[in-house]
Ligand binder design. Structure first.
Ligand SMILES: Cc1ncc(COP(=O)(O)O)c(C=O)c1O
Length: 463
């Protein structure tokens, strides 16, 4: 391998990339660098659903990066679209101009967003999208004669990103505590989690209390103060938790009753990942504001966005400059990102990849059932190619592993380091979400490697 920079001879030796001397200048997301530096993985190239590290070791990417690379690596149509746009124009001012690709992309994407959500603010990252959605509903109500409607009700255990507003809406304490005090005007309710119901109830006898309690909270807060309910359709960061079918329709109906907007965070679930273009299509419920990210440009460039109705958008169009939507980001509506987004959408539609994702997801779910014989599978849950597996000490009683065993983390690390397969993991769960182009044969291979990791780690526990 030759260095692209003749002054940096250190890069001639692949081992140098993994040296703590250089890695200590890097900062991974949410990860203790001390631990990472013990066994670092330095990626160098990708092809299809595979990634090679700098030492030439080949990994199966079982989680699409982080629910992102839905088309796999090396998609020539997307690469060509980006190249052509770079030749034409790499950037246009997001404050003084708009550009041809962005206009085309918004019109095209608007044909696939939930019905009526055809105004789209283009952005770069998921946190920008969720943060923008919060601001959108607050300014909307400020300009429609309901200036007290500010409160955002979201859910414990949901993740909405790391900028301060998005982080405040997030319901995961460990992500938030270091940054207190957070933003004002946020409340949380308990999430749906039937396997370990926060109310110790059983579905369906529970009458979906987790959804119905939203009404009580709106009443306690005062409906005239509540602007939006915000949640992930399928709760990703705490193990891919799928709500019961009644959940979203109840939420929708409640919000309609109190003039509260429904913001869905489809940053991870959207752009086909759940086997429909949006996870909310799975639940037959229409949101008011849709946050998109991750898969929109399938990892080729940063791209995200917020879609909302023309009726909401009209509130910001006026002769009064102060009434413009007071939000913006330098890379929002970037023409290269829009060109990539167009090519990704064309691939999804023309190759019928969303339906392929649904079918491969069904196949993966079936194959994962084989792992139940290992005795530690508590639940396999998900939609499309977005699947979580809760690992338990006893599959019969669903008794969890003792705190500190961190079986999910062990399995995830084993999969990564011994089985050469990248998956997402946490102490009690693992998640898989391969690219939509994954073949049935590759799914068989994934399940085999996963089974081996679980088996190995069970053997370690027993000894
Ligand atoms: C549901 C959800 N919302 C928001 C975000 C934040 O997106 P980003 O990391 O692009 O800011 C994520 C990221 O994982 C996410 O999963």
């Amino acid at each position: 391998m030759s260095s692209t920079n003749p002054n940096l001879q250190i890069w001639e030796n692949p081992a140098n990339y993994s040296s703590p001397q250089y890695l200590k200048h890097m900062v991974l997301d949410f990860v203790q660098m001390h631990d990472f530096m013990q066994e670092p993985i330095v990626c160098d190239r990708g092809e299809g659903i595979y990634v090679w590290d700098v030492q030439g070791k080949k990994y199966l990417d079982g989680i699409s990066g982080v629910w992102v690379t839905s088309l796999g690596f090396g998609n020539q149509r997307v690469i060509e679209a980006i190249r052509a746009q770079l030749e034409r124009m790499c950037f246009s001012s997001p404050i003084l101009t708009i550009n041809t690709r962005a206009v085309e992309y918004v019109e095209m994407l608007g044909q696939y967003t939930p019905e009526g959500l055809t105004t789209i603010k283009l952005l770069s990252g998921g946190s920008e999208a969720t943060e923008t959605a919060i601001k959108l509903v607050r300014q909307y109500y400020a300009q429609t004669g309901k200036p007290n409607k500010k409160t955002i009700i979201s859910r414990y255990n949901n993740f909405h990103g790391v900028t301060l507003g998005a982080l405040t809406a997030t319901g995961i304490a460990s992500r938030k505590i270091p940054f207190e005090p957070l933003a004002g005007g946020f409340r949380h309710i308990a999430p749906p989690y039937c396997l370990r119901c926060p109310f110790n109830l059983k579905y369906p006898a529970c009458n979906v209390l987790c959804a119905r309690m939203l009404e009580k909270v709106i009443q306690y807060e005062g409906p005239e103060t509540v602007a939006a309910f915000m949640a992930e359709p399928i709760q990703l960061s705490t193990g891919n938790i799928v709500p019961p079918p009644e959940y979203w329709p109840i939420i929708r109906e409640t919000c309609d009753r109190y003039d509260v907007k429904v913001i869905v965070d489809e940053v991870a679930t959207g752009a086909g990942r759940c086997g429909k273009m949006w996870a909310m299509d799975v639940f037959n419920t229409k949101p008011d504001v849709l946050c998109m990210g991750k898969g929109l440009a399938a990892g080729y460039v940063p791209l995200s966005g917020v879609a909302f109705s023309d009726e909401m958008a009209d509130v910001f169009i006026s002769e009064d400059p102060e009434k413009a939507f007071m939000d913006g980001h330098t890379y929002g509506g970037n023409p290269v990102a829009a060109a990539a987004g167009i090519a990704v959408l064309q691939e999804l539609v023309e190759r019928n990849l969303v339906e392929q994702c649904r079918l491969r997801g069904e196949y993966l779910m079936q194959r994962l059932e084989d792992l139940r014989e290992l005795g530690v599978i508590g639940e396999i849950r998900g939609k499309g190619l977005m699947i979580g597996i809760e690992l338990v000490k006893d599959a019969q009683t669903l008794e969890p592993f003792k705190k500190g065993i961190n079986f999910g983390t062990r399995v995830g690390r084993n999969s990564l380091l011994k089985q050469n397969m990248i998956i997402r993991y946490a102490p009690n769960w693992i998640a898989v979400a391969p690219p939509f182009i994954v073949s049935e044969q590759e799914i068989d291979e994934m399940v085999l490697r996963l089974g081996q990791s679980i088996f190995d780690e069970l053997s370690v526990l027993k000894n």
